[in-house]
Design a protein around this ligand. Structure first.
Ligand code: GLU
Length: 291
């Protein structure tokens, strides 16, 4: 059905859903209803070290309890690694991907030695080494010479996007349309530095899989929390490089706790199931999430 808006809610099953997730899911559902669109659910479970089947089961249960309905089958990212690999290979063929062998400890030490070194919009220091600083040959030679004591044979390289080259290749005028705004938002992917696109243990990344899936699923409207707005710059860059369509974006305000903090498991935010166990009705939780 060409022309029908397609929305998606894309949680990661690495914890129980909280009111922030409920807000995203409910806004997506409402917009789909109001535009005669479709609502997809996507399980973003590429990180096998953090995602758990019980959290995925809880997502289905909690969303159904909230009164939501979504199309089947649900796309589970762990089942589509071939699609992400194909996209990565296209970027590699353009010469925009390189292997970096530096460990997290080496990156931390390098950043510590450079006072004032910039951070990305999420607050993580930019990758401080140049492309090929420790190439594979240097990595092997260093090991053979007994050097690089923090390196081990089992340490996989990360595949990174050469951001400067990627931005140059993408050309000018990169931006996106934000729902309700009159002016386009200018993308600034360079603010993220040489982002990781894949690692051995997780052969894709959030940025890569989200743009591949949004395109494959025909998503026309990406509606998510404002904490992901800055990442849209990277998503637009990848979309342009890979020749993927540009969705319309809406980044909604986050649900904050009494101290003004973004909800998260790490600060002990109450989950939807805890609210339910305390006797909150689905209608009350819907009102709290949208309030
Ligand atoms: N999986 C991401 C999250 O749970 C959301 C991805 C997106 O909406 O683009 O934060």
């Amino acid at each position: 059905m060409p022309g029908v808006p397609v929305f998606r809610f894309a949680p990661s099953p690495n914890g129980y859903l909280h009111l922030g997730h409920a807000r995203s899911a409910l806004i997506n559902a409402r917009m789909a209803r109001e535009t005669g669109g479709r609502l997809l659910l996507r399980i973003e479970n590429i990180d096998a070290t953090r995602c758990r089947p019980n959290y995925e089961a809880a997502i289905y249960e909690d969303l159904a309890w909230l009164g939501l309905d979504w199309e089947q089958p649900v796309r589970r990212q762990s089942e589509h690694m071939d699609a992400y690999r194909a996209a990565l290979e296209r970027l590699e063929a353009m010469g925009l991907v390189y292997a970096s062998f530096e460990s997290r400890a080496e990156i931390r030490a390098e950043v510590a030695a450079r006072p004032g070194w910039p951070s990305d919009p999420d607050g993580a220091p930019l990758f401080p080494f140049a492309r090929g600083a420790i190439g594979e040959a240097g990595h092997r030679a260093g090991r053979a010479a007994g050097g690089f004591p923090s390196l081990s044979d089992s340490r996989p390289p990360a595949l990174r996007l050469d951001m400067a080259q990627a931005v140059a290749r993408a050309g000018v005028g990169l931006g996106w349309r934000e729902w309700g705004a009159t002016e386009p938002v200018t993308a600034d992917p360079g603010a993220w530095g040489d982002v990781v696109l894949a690692r051995k243990e997780t052969p894709t990344s959030y940025h890569l899989s989200v743009v591949v899936d949004d395109a494959l699923q025909g998503v026309t409207h990406v509606v998510r929390g404002t904490d992901l707005k800055a990442a849209t710059s990277v998503h637009r860059l990848l979309q342009r490089l890979l020749g993927l369509p540009e969705p319309l974006y809406r980044h909604h305000a986050l649900v904050l706790d009494a101290e003004g903090r973004k909800l998260s498991k790490s600060i002990g935010s109450e989950s939807l199931r805890e609210l339910r166990a305390r006797g909150a009705s689905a209608a009350e939780v819907r009102a709290m999430a949208l309030g």
